[in-house]
Design a protein around this ligand. Structure first.
Ligand SMILES: Nc1ncnc2c1ncn2[C@@H]1O[C@H](COP(=O)(O)OP(=O)(O)OP(=O)(O)O)[C@@H](O)[C@H]1O
Ligand SMILES: [Mg+2]
Length: 223
């Protein structure tokens, strides 16, 4: 079953002399439960693409369908429910809420959705993320790698159908990276989540079902 369909998506930032074509006519589909890695040089449009798949930014032209629904046809309130319930977005630069502690940041999507945390799952997540000793610390009191792990917890807490991770191990050492990737893969299999990971790490890309290569805003390779 097709979970995601990207149809001729382009994104242009700025106007006139400042115009940047960040994505140029990108098309692909992803099946439910698939694990896809996106690789490509810095500035090739990887984060731009991921933000559009997660409904946090809109294409200049083209369409994105998630479970057959055109994101471009959703109004802002539908889109915010979509982002909260169906998407777990792990940002390259974390985007944690500075005034909330670790536990509050992780459970924020549940709170916004009027749900109570499943304490067994929350404990499991916090344990795997190695954050047990940091639950009541603020983001400013954490290392980069710890903040990255909090953002992963926040992305997984709702069991979203689509997990989008932008360099989720960019600030972690080898051991921590392997733990995080195995957590994402376990979640991908257990909940049949579709997992899309941007990475510069070849060993992560090679664990995926499929690799998409972006260059200058264009999809130039599929492996
Ligand atoms: N808000 C913005 N306004 C203007 N240009 C932007 C904006 N966001 C991104 N760009 C430009 O779009 C292009 C793609 O950026 P993007 O962040 O998607 O690259 P990336 O592949 O994620 O790079 P990296 O590997 O360094 O994270 C770059 O040339 C960038 O300068
Ligand atoms: Mg990026």
């Amino acid at each position: 079953m097709e979970l995601l369909k990207v149809e001729n998506v382009s994104k242009i930032y700025g106007t006139g002399d400042n115009e940047v074509k960040a994505l140029d006519n990108v098309s692909f589909t992803v099946e439910k439960g698939e694990f896809v890695a996106i690789i490509g040089p810095s500035g090739s449009g990887k984060s731009t693409l991921l933000h559009m798949l997660g409904g946090v930014d809109a294409p200049t032209s083209g369409k994105i369908f998630v479970e057959g629904v055109d994101l471009g046809c959703m109004d802002e309130s539908k889109l915010s429910i979509f982002r909260r319930r169906q998407v777990g977005l792990i940002y390259q630069f974390y985007n944690l809420i500075p005034i909330l502690d670790v536990q509050e940041n992780i459970t924020l999507p549940l709170l916004l959705d009027g749900q109570k945390p499943d304490s067994a799952y929350l404990d499991e997540l916090i344990g795997t993320l190695g954050l047990k000793e940091r639950l009541h610390h603020l983001p400013s009191q954490l290392s980069g790698g710890q903040q990255q792990r909090v953002s992963i917890g926040r992305a997984l807490i709702m069991h979203p159908a689509l997990v989008l991770a932008d360099e989720p191990t960019g600030n972690l050492d080898r051991k921590n990276s392997e733990d995080i990737i195995s957590l994402l893969k376990k979640s991908n299999r257990k909940y049949r989540q579709t997992l899309i990971v941007i990475t510069h790490d070849e060993s992560i890309a090679l664990q995926s079902d499929r690799i998409l290569y972006l260059e200058d805003g264009k999809l130039t390779g599929r492996y």
